[in-house]
Design a protein around this ligand. Structure first.
Ligand SMILES: [Zn+2]
Length: 130
């Protein structure tokens, strides 16, 4: 079972099976000492560089800026979703992303079935306070 993974609009979107699934301007946190000096970078995603699949996990490499320290850089592969029965499912990108490259002992704990169907997210309009 194969899915079509591609980037659209110069890396502004990740498309899965011709549906736009993940967009820029999300805020991601992930442990990566090479990205910047922060213990946990607060990354605003500015563009997707690459998308691929590692087994059932959809991964991307992105560039963006850490809003904590201002560093602009690119990330390693970070998981953004999963393929389940040929369908894309979001993972909870509002919690800490765990880079998949660190998986040395194989996919042992696979019991974290999160129901990641939070519908209305990523609205760029909530400017909030002044
Ligand atoms: Zn930082």
């Amino acid at each position: 079972m194969s899915v079509a993974l591609r980037l659209l609009d110069d890396g502004a979107w990740v498309s899965v099976n011709d549906q736009r699934r993940v967009s820029v301007s999300e805020l991601w946190r992930f442990p990566d000492p090479e990205f910047c000096d922060c213990e946990l970078p607060d990354l605003v995603v500015e563009g997707f560089l690459d998308v691929g699949a590692d087994g059932r996990t959809v991964e991307t490499r992105v560039y963006g800026q850490c809003i904590a320290c201002g560093t602009k850089s690119t990330t390693g592969w970070l998981p953004v979703g999963r393929i389940v029965d040929g369908e894309f499912r979001d993972i909870d990108r509002e919690s800490v992303l765990r880079p998949t490259v660190a998986a040395s002992s194989g996919p042992g704990a696979d019991g974290d079935e999160t129901d990641g169907t939070d519908a209305e997210k990523g609205k760029p309009g909530d400017s909030g306070d002044s």
